[in-house]
Design a protein around this ligand. Structure first.
Ligand code: PGA
Length: 251
């Protein structure tokens, strides 16, 4: 069976102290019988600290928000996947729309980043999703298909087991507008069907597909009750321990 996952994407928020306090609070508030796989995705700066704090809680791990497409060398300011692994990261988030839009990440460069992640035993949370204009012109299915096929579909079925997909409609991110459960479920089913076509039932059924975009305690329960929504990638609501813990318990 696939995992239920709730991943907090802190983006460029929180000081080191605030981040440590948040992790302490979440770890203290998570019920002892928590079955959800919980991921913190802090700034690179605190990744090592957060990973250490989670080390004794098997269901809770740390992720980076990006990695370099290159393995090492003269790339000033970049952070490699091997550096992330050496700091205790278990996952890396790749292809977030904020990176695609603001830092011109392409499907091709993301394919290289996925390779770097896998060479360093990091699992990938791969983000996809359409703009409002694409949804309004009914171009979203083709768009999502191209994002997945151009960055991921060269992978073998065995490799694909290390991929988590996050569907994040850009019009819902940080806007307070959540995709309706039907809208999200429709895209999640579409994605799972693509995986069936490409990799067969076993891989498709074992791949976790997360929803992201203004997911909060009040809508998480309904979203997560859908058969193809296996959790969330949470921005704003991951910065408050009560909200984030409530979302992890929304299954
Ligand atoms: P949001 O962000 O929950 O603040 O909408 C989600 C994301 O960008 O991953």
């Amino acid at each position: 069976m696939r995992k239920n996952i709730v991943a907090g994407n802190w983006k460029m928020n929180l000081s080191r102290e605030e981040g440590i306090t948040l992790v302490e609070e979440v770890l203290a508030k998570l019920p002892t019988d928590n079955n959800t796989h919980v991921i913190f995705s802090p700034s690179f700066m605190y990744l090592h600290k957060v990973a250490k704090m989670c080390a004794n809680t098997p269901q809770v791990v740390a992720a980076a928000q990006d990695c370099s497409a290159n393995d090492k060398g003269a790339f000033t300011g970049e952070v490699s996947a091997s550096m992330l692994a050496s700091c205790g990261a278990r996952y890396v988030v790749l292809g977030h729309s904020e990176r695609r839009v603001n830092f011109t990440e392409s499907n091709e460069s993301l394919k290289m980043k996925v390779r770097q992640a896998f060479m360093n035993d990091l699992k990938v949370i791969f983000c996809c999703g359409e703009s409002l204009a694409q949804r309004e012109s009914a171009a979203h299915f083709e768009w999502i298909k191209s994002q997945l096929s151009e960055s991921l579909f060269h992978l073998s079925a065995e490799e694909f087991k290390n991929i988590v997909i996050a569907y994040e409609p850009i019009w819902a991110i940080g806007t307070g507008v959540t995709a309706s459960t039907d809208q999200a479920q429709e895209v999640h089913t579409f994605i799972r069907n693509l995986l069936v076509e490409k990799y067969g039932n076993e891989v498709a059924e074992s791949t976790s597909i997360l929803y992201g975009g203004s997911c909060k305690p009040i809508n998480a329960k309904e979203l997560f009750a859908s058969k193809d929504i296996d959790g969330g990638l949470i921005g704003g609501a991951s910065l408050k321990s009560d909200d984030f813990v409530a979302i992890t318990q929304a299954f």
